[in-house]
Design a protein around this ligand. Structure first.
Ligand code: ADE
Length: 243
């Protein structure tokens, strides 16, 4: 059965635009995932269908109200018998990374709530068992771009979405036994461009040598740019041709 992803947002068109292109679209076409968007403004009351109000105690900005979000969550949850893993996008959440993407890719249903304005009424947090996720230490204007980043990272991990060669595990952050490494440099035609040549080893046809070179490059790049990704004591240093 496809992974079901529900996304609650005030901007469904913005979310739909991203899901309709590239890998997120292919994942749905291949039957690995189903997207269901809902606008929680549809659950708001009154002529103005307000979803936000001024904060008690004062202060700048508006706060998302409980009612429309509680109503939307209950309604959307009941649209499938599987109970969703609830994801709340917020800079106050646990930091998203490839391990979290793998965790989410193993669920059978995910429901994302995208906030806007200055934040949520705290009782939205209290009423549900949220997995609160942040995509980084910066403030976006809403949860949509964060939810879409998470969805993109998750759906590319679903079985059958990428072909074997492009399989997510060979790309950045996943060189298997070599641990978490950044991607090695890649080249395509032509062999020479404005004086810059493709390294000879890649033209040699020696698969063993090519693999060794790539791992060495990945380790070097990781050591230079993201030493925090390497295990304490550093990555196993690939043999560098001295024996
Ligand atoms: N909403 C606003 N900023 C965010 C962030 N950095 N991560 C997740 N959700 C957010």
């Amino acid at each position: 059965m496809p992974l079901r992803i529900d996304i609650l947002t005030l901007f469904p068109a913005m979310v739909q635009a991203v899901l309709s292109e590239s890998i997120p679209r292919i994942a749905a076409e291949k039957g690995a995932v189903e997207y269901h968007l809902a606008n929680f403004r549809d659950f708001a009351e009154g002529v103005h269908q307000s979803v936000d109000d001024r904060p008690y105690g004062g202060g700048a900005g508006m706060v998302l109200m409980c009612r429309p979000i509680y109503m939307a969550l209950r309604d959307v949850t009941a649209r499938d018998q599987r109970s969703p893993h609830l994801v709340l996008l917020t800079p106050a959440g646990r930091r998203f990374n490839q391990d979290v993407a793998r965790e989410l890719a193993a669920k059978e249903r995910l429901l994302f709530l995208c906030g806007r304005y200055e934040g949520f009424d705290e009782r939205i947090r209290q009423g549900f068992a949220w997995d609160e996720i942040s995509i980084g230490d910066y403030v976006l204007s809403g949860g949509e771009l964060a939810a879409l980043s998470v969805v993109d990272a998750v759906v590319r991990l679903l079985p059958g979405v990428l072909n074997k060669e492009a399989s997510a595990e060979i790309e950045s952050f996943a060189l298997g036994r070599h641990g978490r490494l950044l991607e090695y440099p890649q080249y395509t035609r032509p062999v020479e461009f404005e004086g810059m040549r493709v390294p000879d080893v890649l033209l040699s046809g020696h698969h063993g040598e090519i693999e060794k070179w790539r791992v060495a490059q990945a380790v070097q790049r990781t050591r230079e740019r993201r030493p925090d990704l390497l295990p304490p004591g550093g990555a196993e240093r690939p043999k560098e041709g001295k024996d």
